[in-house]
Structure formats: structure tokens, C-alpha cells
Design a protein around this ligand. Sequence first.
Ligand code: CMC
Length: 431
Amino acid sequence: MTKEAYTLTSPDGSKSMELPVREGTVGPAVVDIAKLYKEQGIFTYDPGFVATGSCDSKITYIDGEQGILMYRGYPVEQLAEHSSFIEVCYLLLYGDLPNKQQLDRFATSITRHTMLNEGMLRFFNGFRYDAHPMAMLSAVVGSMSAYYHDTMDINNPEARDVFAHRILAKLPTIAAAAFKKSVGQPFMYPRNDLGFSENLLHMLFAVPAEPYEIDSVAAQALDLLFILHADHEQNCSTSTVRMAGSSGANPYSAIAAGVSALWGPAHGGANEAVLRMLEQIGNAGNIKKFIAKAKDKDDPFRLMGFGHRVYKNFDPRATIIREMCHKVLKQLGHTNSPLFELALELEQVALKDPYFIDKNLYPNVDFYSGIIYRALGIPTSMFTVMFAIGRTVGWVAHWQEMITDPNAKISRPRQLYTGPAQRDYVPIAKR
Ligand code: CMC
């Protein structure tokens, strides 16, 4: 909806232009600058897209001041309490909560797509024994375009839907295969009699030599973590998926690009970095020293799991996960978790420190998630892979939205060129 307009006038007053303002359902309006360069010959400049909206989206809404996160209008707290990950996947992909029949059909389809082509399984033999699971995940997801040609026509809605189900279903299988490779155990095939998170636990921890009993507490905890990680509007990896997909690249390649973007420690790699940081801190006596390091401008160290581009008050996902930590550790019998105690103490010290208060730095989703993964027996190098399993549905929903948006264009930002002006080539003998 267009409401009022901003008037932009050039410094010498010779040119002026009305910039339309568009309002969404909720949240700040946007100034539409699409015609600015054509009409005024000037670009806007916003490194890191701090104040720039890149698209229209109906999927997820965040209010960073109020700590609100909603998927398709439903507050994440309500979904965390009442829903399941598979139902949230349906909601994100199709826009509304499913009825019973729709949910059953969707869950069955996801279950039936969990197996990998056997050729893909053989890739894992080629990786080094110590390959990082995220390296294997991005490589194998990228390779899916070499196997599933029938779902690569981006203009075919049915092909897009089969792609969506395939990638959601196969991501956990690829993740588990990467884990089995890293521990030198045989790969475990998926089981169609199990739910999404139960099946993942089976593929991660079962071995052919003996029966494996799935812990329902662990499965519930995973399901909840996946709900909380499922989408987060135009974050770095999702924007990467949209950008890669905007060229018309096949969807598997676009998702592989997203996996790679997620890996960085400023994004999904933070959960792994938090655990490594807590281990480095070691005990409460060292907290002061690490807080001082985080505040020191000359030290690259940052308090991992703290701060967020959008949340400037609290991250609602962190609040839920902190509560969940208490519950899961107790239910799994980890009554004494030194890492959790250390994290709680570190959070308290940071929250009282003027540096963190002034800069609005609060614990984010990654601060506590690793503690739960650790309690479930998942190794630190797999934490970001777990994030990727949850976030895949968000990537797919955004890719679908972009592909079907009649106004979508190839993503192609401009720049402020600061290199040399034109100069003449100098032959090598004269340099
Ligand atoms: N520790 C110490 N100082 C920090 C931290 C931190 N974790 N985060 C931000 N700051 C400071 C930063 O130095 C800057 O100070 P100044 O204004 O004096 O230059 C100020 O706070 C603003 O930071 P920024 O880097 O300009 O903010 P940003 O919005 O570009 O970055 C962030 C957001 C999440 C990358 C950053 O807070 C960070 O690096 N946090 C640690 C990594 C982390 O936990 N990432 C997970 C994010 S949540 C999950 C996800 O999205 O994947």
C-alpha cells in the first residue's frame, strides 16, 4: 500500500523527486528508491543492509525492539508450546496451519523422501576422516542437482513442491551421514515408522550391532529447537539463498549457497563458537577477563551468542531455549551441568555491564542451544548442521516466494567505487 511520499532534493536544489512510501501489515514502512538512479543518477549506500529492505515477504515478521517473532502471523512462543516442527514446516511453506488430513499427507510425503540416492552416499567415502560436517553438508546438498534433475524446472510448481519435500526430508539424512563419517561408524538408513526428530536421533546414534532406544525427551527437545530455528526473515543465509536463486540457478544450488553462508561464526556458526568459548573460559573465575577482552576494541574477540542485528531488547528464542535448558538437563539427568552454570553466570555478568547495556547486546538463539545439543550427545562440530536442518524450511519458503514473485529481479547491488581512476598500461620493462 502506498501512503505518503518523501521528497528528495539534490544539494544544489536543481533536481527533486518524490519517493513513494510503502506500508506493510505491521512494522516500519519502506521508502521505495527503485527509480532513484534512473531519475537522479545517484545510488543509495548501505553496507550490510542495515536499513534496506530487499523484497516483499509474507513469511516471517520480527520486531527487534519488542522481541517479537512470528511465522505467518503466529507468535513463535505459541508454536513452540503447541505445534510440531513438521506442522511449522507446512505453515511456513503453504501459509496456513494444516488440517489433520493435510498434515498427515505432508508428514507422509516427507517421511517417504528421506532416503538418499546410493551414489550420493558414496561421496562420504571421499571426504577426509576429519572433514567438518558443514563442509560435507554444503558439498552434498550442492551435489543433489546432479541427481534430481526432474525437480529442477523452477517454473514448474509441481517440480518446486517435490524439490521442497525432498530437501526437507533428505537434509537430516545427509547430516547424519556426515556425522557417521566423522565418527567412523556405518551409515544408518532412515526409518519410516518414526517422526522427523526421532528418525534423526536414530540415524545419528543407532548402530547395526544393537537396538537403540529413542529418548522421547531428546526428540521433543530437538523438535522445539528446529521450530525456533525454522525461519528468521531476510537473515544472511536466507538472503544468500534468494540471491543465488534470483539468477535462475537450480534450487539445490541455491540451498547449498545458504548452507555455506550459515557456517560463519557471525551467523549459524555461533552455536559452535559459544561452546568453544565456554570451554576456553573454563570457570567463573575467568569471566571478568573474557568480558574485558570482548570490550577491548583492539581485541577481535567477541562474546559469542551475544548481540543481534535486529533484536535490541531480547531474542525471544533465547528466552525459550534458556527455559528449555533447565527442563532438558533435568529430564536427561544432567543435574549438574558446569557449562550451563557458567553460561548463566556469564549472561548475568554481561547483562549488568554498561558496555553490553549501552550497545543493547543480549543473548541470542545460539547462546544456549549448544548446551542442549551437548546434553543430547551431539558433538560440537555438528551444532551448525543442526541449525541448518531447522533453517532449511525457511530457505525453501523464501526461495519459493521469490520465484513466484512477479516483481522479483536478479539481485545485483551497485557500489561506491574507490579504486584508481583510469590509467594507462605500463609495459613490464618500464615498471
Ligand atoms: N561482543 C562484544 N561486542 C559486540 C558484540 C559481541 N558479541 N556484538 C556486537 N558488539 C559491539 C560491536 O563491537 C559494535 O561496537 P561499536 O559500535 O563500538 O563498533 C556494536 O556492538 C554493534 O555491533 P555490530 O557488529 O555493528 O552489529 P551487527 O548488527 O553488524 O552484528 C552480530 C550483529 C550478531 C553479527 C554481532 O552482534 C556479533 O558478532 N555477535 C556474536 C556472534 C553471534 O552470536 N552471532 C549469532 C547471531 S544470532 C543467530 C543467527 O543469526 O545466526
